[in-house]
Design a protein around this ligand. Structure first.
Ligand SMILES: *Cc1c(COP(=O)(O)O)cnc(C)c1O
Length: 430
């Protein structure tokens, strides 16, 4: 595969941008090699600056559920741009988008637009603190909620040890306010709630984890969290930045039938433009300025270009009655093909999937939480990743990420992927 031009850009980029990338996951550090520079994309395909073409399963890390450059989304953004790109004053489109979101996700009675998932989770936690008058939060080891200070905390050797920051620059006082529990382990949450009675403002969770690879919730885990939070007066926040409008039209909360107090959104609601949002019970949302005292603002929040892409994307998802059935058929075709490869070749791997989100973990035992995810063989994943790339398949450059199928993936794309995966597995496990 020719990568001259990508290599040249990367060399220049590393002198100008830290690590050569504007978000660390884009670097190919975890898999060895250098990132490709993308020139264009349409439908299920990405094209790099050297003219290589790939079937894309990153989908900009989640937003591109319609595929790249969907004609209706492009047209909506073009029309919005012609009418002015930002006013710093309200527009009709913000109201229509808010209305669409509240219809698709009934637990979201009111919603505030921001510019990224990170902003959404930071704001939701501030709001939960304002609402409860408490300061601590509970999160789960291996869940990612953006790069806000309170979220960059690991539990160290277990949920009961003192919280220490994952990143220099995070104040230890902030780290101390974040408690880590184990995903799919209600007991670990109960223990933290007991030990910190009356002090926990919010519990935030990815209802289907995407950020340690795809890890589905165990039966009754989310319902259990709901009960615990209700009893202890804790605000339950579902971080649906990735799962919202992805795992079902109404997100993971619709799929599993659990109603959170607050929901954070991003990715798909921006249709590929920078958008985030947080929303939920009106009683809580009314505390947000200017209707209430909890301050949160944004110069470009509700930006017309971003809203037009998001509104058009959501309208398509809402308008096509069989959209999620079609997406499921494509996703299960891919998963079945890969499962067959694993069986036929006797590969020690296990696949997790919820709808169009999935991860193939290179560990024979099933992955249900962060410790079990960490058992995956990342060196073999690196070999697999590079073999897939050579065969025109663009996967996320890390074992601990979810892959995404879009509605633009054709059966032919999927069959080519299954075939490539068979060869790549042989190489990785030879
Ligand atoms: C991507 C993601 C975020 C962060 O969103 P950004 O737009 O990258 O700031 C937060 N939570 C989850 C679950 C995500 O997947």
């Amino acid at each position: 595969m020719k990568t001259e031009r990508s290599d040249l850009f990367f060399e220049k980029a590393t002198r100008l941008i830290p690590g050569g990338v504007n978000s660390p996951v884009r670097a190919f550090k975890a898999v060895g090699g250098k990132p490709l520079f993308i020139a264009s994309a349409s439908g299920s395909k990405l094209r790099d600056v050297d003219g290589n073409e790939f079937i894309d399963y990153v989908g900009s890390w989640g937003p591109m559920i319609l595929g790249h450059a969907h004609p209706r989304v492009v047209e909506a953004v073009r029309n919005a741009a012609l009418s002015g790109t930002s006013f710093g004053a309200p527009t009709e489109l913000e109201v229509s988008t808010a209305e669409l979101i509240t219809r698709l996700m009934p637990s979201v009675e009111m919603v505030r637009m921001v510019n990224s998932g990170t902003e959404a989770t930071m704001s939701a936690v501030r709001l939960a603190r304002a609402f409860t008058g408490r300061e601590m939060i509970v999160k789960f080891e291996g869940c990612y909620h953006g790069h806000g200070d309170s979220f960059l905390i690991k539990a160290g050797s277990g949920a009961m040890t003192l919280s220490v920051p994952d990143s220099p620059g995070v104040p230890s006082t902030v780290a101390a306010g974040t408690l880590n529990a184990t995903f799919n382990d209600l007991g670990s949450v109960e223990a933290l709630v007991d030990q910190n009675k009356g002090q926990i403002a919010a519990l935030i969770v990815e209802p289907v984890v995407g950020n340690m690879g795809c890890v589905p919730p165990a039966r009754n885990f989310l319902h259990g969290l709901r009960d615990l939070c209700t009893k202890a007066g804790i605000v339950l926040i579902f971080d649906e930045v990735m799962t919202g409008f992805r795992v079902a039209r109404g997100g993971a909360q619709a799929l599993y039938g659990v109603r959170p107090d607050l929901t954070t959104l991003g990715k798909i609601i921006g249709g590929g433009l920078p958008v985030g949002a947080y929303g939920g019970r009106a009683e809580i949302m009314k505390l947000v300025a200017p209707s209430g005292p909890m301050y949160q603002a944004g110069t470009l929040s509700g930006n017309p270009l971003a809203m037009s892409a998001g509104f058009e994307t959501l309208s398509i998802l809402m308008g096509e009655g069989d959209f999620y059935d079609r997406l499921e058929r494509k996703s299960s075709r891919l998963a079945a093909g890969i499962d067959k490869n694993i069986q036929d070749l006797n590969i020690p791997a296990s696949q997790n999937r919820v709808g169009s989100m999935s991860t193939l973990f290179f560990t024979p035992r099933s992955v249900t939480d962060y410790p079990s995810a960490l058992l995956a063989d990342t060196r073999r994943f690196g070999t697999y990743f590079r073999a897939m790339l050579e065969r025109g398949i663009y996967l996320a450059p890390s074992q601990f990420e979810a892959g995404f199928v879009s509605i633009a993936h054709t059966d032919e794309d999927i069959d080519r992927t299954i075939h490539a995966s068979r060869e790549a597995l042989k190489i990785a496990f030879s």
